[in-house]
Design a protein around this ligand. Sequence first.
Ligand SMILES: C[S@@+](CC[C@H](N)C(=O)[O-])C[C@H]1O[C@@H](n2cnc3c(N)ncnc32)[C@H](O)[C@@H]1O
Length: 521
Amino acid sequence: WSLWLLLPHFYYFLGLFFFLNFLHGAYSDDDEDKIVSNVECHYAQARIGECIFDLGDCAYIKGEGTQKHIGKILEFFKTTDGEEYFRVQWFYRAEDTVMKEAADFHDRKRLFYSTVMNDNPVDCIISKVIVAQIPPKIGLKSNSIPSSDFYFDMEYCVEYSTFRTLLTGKIHDLSLPSCTETVPTTATSTFFENMPNHGPHKAELALLDLYSGCGGMSTGLCLGAKLSCTNLVTRWALDSDKSACESLKLNHPEAQVRNEAAEDFLELVKEWQKLCKRFAVNIVERENKQRSMSQRVTRNSVNSPSITRNSVDSPKVTGNSVDSPRVTRSSVNSPRVTRNSVNSPRDVDIPPGEYEVARIVDICYGDPNESGKRGLNFKVHWKGYSTSEDSWEPIEGLRNCPERIKEFVRNGFKSKILPLPGDVDVICGGPPCQGISGYNRFRNVDSPLDDERNRQIVIFMDIVEFLKPKYVLMENVVDILKFDKASLGRYALSRLVHMKYQARFGIIAAGCYGLPQFRLR
Ligand SMILES: C[S@@+](CC[C@H](N)C(=O)[O-])C[C@H]1O[C@@H](n2cnc3c(N)ncnc32)[C@H](O)[C@@H]1O
């Protein structure tokens, strides 16, 4: 029994061991951790060339070939053999970390603090550099980057491939063990202030499950969160498979389940933000302001029938656009529609080819009518027709009915049919693994990101970048660490670190956490 019980842990540690050794080939270098012990005396300063160096100064230090490393000088000392050394604590450039080439889009001035140090001959010091610590901040604008040669805001923990935020104005005490396997507790108030919609004690955390399948991962996360007294709720889920979506609805009746491709979802949430800015946000803000200002407020102008039309949205309106928003239906899409004269007493007023929008019932981005043109579409319920006659109409064809669109957006905004930046606390997801898994003998080894399925890792990160959740969990097969020298895994980590997330690569055996399987992820 004990052997059986230990097995998953054994696999886990074995996996972690291979994983860390694989990612950090540098460990094989004997000089990496060289510490000299035959010290005769220490110095507080050293003259190198024309320059005086003090303890605590940062310097360019000779590397292999023409490469210059950057480090902070901690000690100057002479050995009993009369050799002069200095102890250096290293900063890592993005490409020197586990991210490697996948970090080539990072700011060249951004370094990562580390507690890795070793001893080197004094003649390795080249010149001084200025390295500034800056507070962790999401979406650092280029004009807020300091004028120093380099800056850092995060610590890189080599042993655990982990990037984490440093306390503002305080560099870790080097005497303290730093890169332990504890959960980082280094986030600062400045950091959280920069996060959208931060609430310290939210009663509920909202989850978006991307590539959700039937919702196995989100169900597990929500159950796990409950054990830690966190009320995590799947609010939105997305999968391109219809049956998977239907199953997920059964598991998570509280979720808005979207059956569409992630790339379309990304475009949709961007368009949704624009629609909300135009139609809903001001209205809701105004409502709130009015409510708090005075009880004397009589009516909400939005609901008022005397509202003036938005001329930008409807330049060519004819008829009573507010009450009878007529549009020309996309005939290709609805050839079978016949008008029901009994239910449409107003038909006599409507010219042939025009139909009246009763209400808008859904929204999507893409090409639902297979017309060859992608864009924003609304599902329309037509006045006088049954629900089975509802049809997708491109936004351009609905210029005559901004009131209907406004109504839909306002309601959708209030009930959060789609997430806006700041609405999502957690994004989880397992982008498709078929392009990565070693079981696929035809995977694209030369250029993994040219495989449409692997592009989903890019889309996943683009969605994270837009919605800016507080937490992100991306899962994939262990082959992601072997395939093409782990380029896809490195890419994912690099995107997160670039967005200033504290991030860690890791292998888990879900069996260790209660799942009845041994598979590593
Ligand atoms: C590895 S499974 C995810 C499993 C899921 N996390 C779970 O716990 O059951 C990948 C899912 O991605 C979906 N998928 C593949 N390509 C997609 C795309 N472009 N957009 C959205 N979903 C996609 C597949 O239908 C499949 O359900």
